[in-house]
Design a protein around this ligand. Structure first.
Ligand code: AMP
Ligand code: GLY
Length: 420
């Protein structure tokens, strides 16, 4: 089996690592990849991520599966394009119609409402009904949650304590297009106070395998303080995701979501990620993502024992129900090391040294130039470890990080501590 993965982050390195463990997978390519992916996959570059070039490459090389890591190619219709060409390469990911679950928050909210998927109360507004939006805000209680409708690189959600500041931010989003076209429409949503976690399924749009759950740590500072980031670490399993909560998530959230996908004929396959929050024992969906999470992938995929090729073929052939997913009971944790200053301005191209390590280093913002490994992004790499339990896995992650050095390296020392 031959596979091409699109993307350059820690998630994509973890996808390649997962695929490379399977001896039925003969060859891996990645586009563009990063400084750590070269051991697992051959890098290939396409100009402006041109679908035409990607399609020709897949055809020439006889690639069986194309796996887009991030959402953008899916939202832009890469699966639709391959379908229109009657490609023999199977795209693991939804068509545009299915990717709308991530691409538009007002679409996904309306979907959740129709299929009775528990979520926070909300309404969406555009520049034409700013006064109504102000009135709606006045009727809510603090903190106020404002969400840009479209994709905003994970930065489109604002949580604001003060009503006047919330009104100003709303105006900034709708009138001044603070997030460009993504904030032409804004959702005002009730604030949910609870514990966040991430649930993933592997699906053909009808049947599904429940993958290991995870929890990510989004804030830059310890104790969940400071600015939001792409993610500073993740743990799997999540201790509070007990059987009772799992059953509720399957019955109240996953099943109605898949019913809606079929009902509306959304073309969906691949990973579906439910960003969740548990409030007094009840699960609510914060968002859908049409892809795996980053950095959750780094602690989820290493726990899957079932060969990747069996899962890919089962999705392609519609035989997911016959597949028994084997998950390792061990804990897997990942701690992200970033360049000082991130998520604001930071320096690039600093040399990285990595001494002998026992477990896994997933690269993200790294690059090899003249045989030297350099930083090439805010989130540089993640130290990932297994353990008999979470405490043990985290201890190993932190020990392993001592083997990594680059100028102004920063990582949170408290990943997983809140639920130990
Ligand atoms: P999102 O981009 O939708 O994942 O939102 C970013 C973050 O904002 C989430 O991870 C939550 O921490 C927070 N958030 C989003 N919606 C809500 C909500 N309704 N109540 C509380 N926190 C929220
Ligand atoms: N870790 C959250 C995300 O990938 O969106």
């Amino acid at each position: 089996m031959k596979i091409l993965v699109l993307g350059s982050g820690g998630r994509e390195h973890a996808l390649l690592h997962w695929l490379s463990k399977d001896e039925n997978i003969a060859k891996l390519w990645v586009s563009p990849g990063n400084g750590g992916t070269g051991d697992l996959a051959e890098s290939v570059e396409f100009s402006d991520n041109s679908f035409e070039e990607i399609f020709s490459f897949c055809k020439q090389r006889g690639i069986d599966f194309l796996i887009p890591g991030p959402e953008q190619p899916l939202v832009d219709g890469i699966a639709d394009y391959f379908s229109s060409k009657q490609s023999e390469t199977f795209v693991l990911g939804p068509h545009k119609s299915g990717a709308m679950l991530e691409a538009s928050k007002s679409f996904s909210k309306e979907f959740m409402r129709q299929y009775k998927v528990p979520c926070a109360k909300s309404r969406s507004f555009d520049a034409h009904n700013l006064d109504e939006a102000y009135a709606f805000l006045e009727g809510m209680t603090a903190p106020y949650v404002l969400k840009a409708d479209g994709l905003a690189a994970g930065k489109g959600v604002l949580i604001i304590e003060d009503l006047n500041k919330a009104k100003n931010a709303l105006q900034d989003m709708l009138i001044n297009q603070r997030f460009g076209l993504a904030s032409e429409r804004v959702l005002i949503e009730a604030f949910l106070l609870g514990k966040e976690f991430s649930v993933f399924i592997f699906t053909n749009g009808k049947d599904y395998l429940l993958l290991p759950e995870a929890k990510d740590y989004k804030r830059i500072g310890e104790g969940d303080t400071g600015l939001n980031t792409g993610g500073m670490g993740s743990i799997s399993p999540v201790p509070f995701f007990n059987n009772k909560l799992k059953e509720k998530v399957e019955k109240q959230i996953i099943e109605p979501t898949l019913k809606g996908i079929q009902d509306r004929k959304l073309n969906y396959c691949g990973f579906l990620f439910f960003g969740m929050i548990e409030v007094d024992g009840e699960p609510y969906v914060i968002e859908y993502n049409a892809r795996m999470g980053d950095p959750e992938t780094q602690s989820v995929l290493p726990r899957i024992v079932t060969p990747a090729s069996n899962m890919l073929l089962a999705v392609k052939n519609g035989t997911l129900n016959a597949l028994n997913l084997e998950i390792s009971p061990t804990s897997c944790c990942s701690v992200v090391a970033v360049s000082g200053g991130y998520p604001e301005a930071y320096k690039k191209f600093k040399e990285i040294t990595i001494n002998e390590v026992d477990e896994i280093i997933f690269h993200a913002g790294t690059k090899i130039v003249d045989n030297k490994l350099l930083t090439n992004g805010g989130r540089v790499l993640s130290s990932t470890s297994f353990g008999l339990n979470q405490e043990d896995a985290l201890k190993k992650c932190y020990q392993q990080l001592k083997q990594v050095s680059f100028e102004d390296c920063y990582y949170r020392k408290d990943i997983g501590k809140d639920i130990l």
